[in-house]
Design a protein around this ligand. Structure first.
Ligand SMILES: Cc1cc2nc3c(=O)[nH]c(=O)nc-3n(C[C@H](O)[C@H](O)[C@H](O)COP(=O)(O)OP(=O)(O)OC[C@H]3O[C@@H](n4cnc5c(N)ncnc54)[C@H](O)[C@@H]3O)c2cc1C
Length: 411
């Protein structure tokens, strides 16, 4: 039975997934005058399996959204240097202060995603948690024109929108339902184990490399440091226990850091990600668009997924307001393609130490265009008001609806 789970039945945009990509897109669209609904199946403020080091572009995006000040006020430590440890020695790169980003930050996802949702709500977006989107609605031409959502009580509603945005992560159902073509696929992927420690202060980001291993330490909220190890899945996933693999890999690439864990206290359990190949999917089609990991996913070894998601949220919102989704496709390709290839090569873990150092330099260079774009002031395009009168034909047809795809999955 169809019931009312949202405040309206039609919106300019419905966004599936309400974390960094979905909530940031909602905030940027609402700021431009769009009516926006975000449907997220998890709880407000829930954690997710991800470390959270932001690069310069991510910090600039948070500043542009008006979210950075809240992240800083919540006690997120400023990161003012990045140290790269190689067996041949270490290199420390200072992080300059630039307008809009005095330092880098690595907010826990329990904070970051919550703050971005708050900003979206304050901009006028409706954000609903505990809502599972179980299929799309299409008009008789096949154009996507809405979603079918159900809540924890099993109530179901169809919602109509000019555009349905898949911000539903790496294994995006929206991308499956619209059969979004894959434009580029990664060849490699690593696996990751990470955990949080108190009593382990680190000075800035620390990235350590040894043949076939990458490790890192990321200072974050509540006096904790996130320490991760990564490597080929057959190595990371094959130890006698998660703890053994973690300590052994950490010792091989950052022995001093590993030794310091003896006096530090773990906060929670170690978490493991078995890895997945990267993809770049087509960014839009008739009545739909993808943002965040749904559209572009790269191995986490280069810690750039949240930065991509926040940046593309603004690109997509601006493109929708202008009615120029090809502009979104063009800029997204410009900012992601090289970063994608570099991440894929690092994720092979088949490099020499000379090669991985070169790849780090290339990576830093490859981020320059997005930083330049995000540093420039530009006016927001306001959404054109909808003309009065009856809805365009495809919206009328939805009421008689049309194809609803796959069966419900449990929340
Ligand atoms: C181990 C690991 C470490 C990482 N470390 C870093 C790092 O240090 N720095 C960095 O920048 N990036 C990192 N990343 C990448 C980063 O996690 C992602 O790029 C980022 O989470 C993408 O955000 P998103 O909003 O696109 O997707 P997600 O964070 O995956 O959010 C998608 C949301 O969609 C919701 N959803 C899915 N389907 C539905 C549905 N049908 N109905 C309603 N809701 C739905 C889900 O509940 C989820 O909350 C890491 C990733 C991993 C796996």
């Amino acid at each position: 039975m169809t019931q009312r789970l949202t405040s309206k039945q039609r919106y300019d945009a419905v966004i599936v997934g309400g974390r960094c990509a979905g909530a940031a897109t909602a905030a940027a669209l609402a700021e431009r005058g769009a009516s926006v609904l975000v449907l997220e199946r998890s709880r407000y403020g829930a954690d997710t399996v991800s470390t959270h080091a932001l690069m310069r572009g991510g910090v600039l995006s948070l500043h542009r959204l008006g979210a950075l000040e809240r992240i800083v006020a919540a006690g997120t430590p400023a990161v003012r240097s990045a140290t790269f440890l190689y067996p041949s020695g270490g290199v420390t790169v200072p992080i300059r202060s630039v307008p809009g980003s005095d330092a880098l930050y690595a907010p826990r996802r329990t904070l970051l995603d919550r703050v971005v949702v708050d900003v979206a709500r304050e901009a006028g977006a409706e954000v609903r948690h505990g809502m599972l989107v179980q299929g799309l609605v299409r008009d008789s031409d096949g154009r996507v024109s809405g979603v079918v959502v159900h809540d924890r009580q099993g109530r179901t509603q169809a919602v109509v929108a000019d555009v349905v945005i898949g911000a539903d992560g790496r294994s995006s159902r929206v991308a499956d339902w619209v059969r979004a073509p894959t434009l580029l696929e990664g060849e490699h992927h690593g696996a990751v184990i990470f955990g949080y420690w108190s009593g382990l202060e680190v000075d800035g980001y620390l990235w350590g490399y040894a043949p076939g291993v990458g490790v890192g330490a990321i200072p974050t909220n509540d006096g904790l440091t996130c320490v991760f190890v990564s490597g080929p899945p057959e190595v990371v996933m094959s130890g006698a226990s998660v703890e053994t693999s973690y300590v052994e890999l950490l010792r091989s690439a950052a022995p001093e850091l590993a030794a310091r864990l003896v006096d530090a206290r773990p906060s929670g359990k170690l978490l493991r990600f078995s890895g997945a190949r990267g993809h770049i999917r087509a960014p839009y089609g008739p009545g739909w668009a993808l943002v965040g990991d749904a559209g572009v996913f790269r191995d986490p070894i280069t810690a750039h997924g949240i930065t991509d998601a926040l940046r593309d949220a603004e690109l997509l919102a601006e493109a929708i307001a202008r009615g120029d989704l090809e502009g979104y496709a063009r800029l997204r390709a410009e900012f992601t393609t090289e970063v994608f290839h570099i991440s894929d090569e690092i994720a092979s873990f088949a490099w020499t130490l000379e090669r991985v150092q070169q790849l780090h330099k290339n990576f830093s260079q490859a981020m320059t265009p997005e930083v330049r774009w995000l540093s420039a002031a530009r006016p927001l395009t306001r959404m054109r008001p909808r003309p009065p009168g009856p809805r365009p034909p495809h919206h009328r047809r939805v009421a008689q609806a049309a194809a609803v795809e796959p069966a419900p999955k449990a929340l």
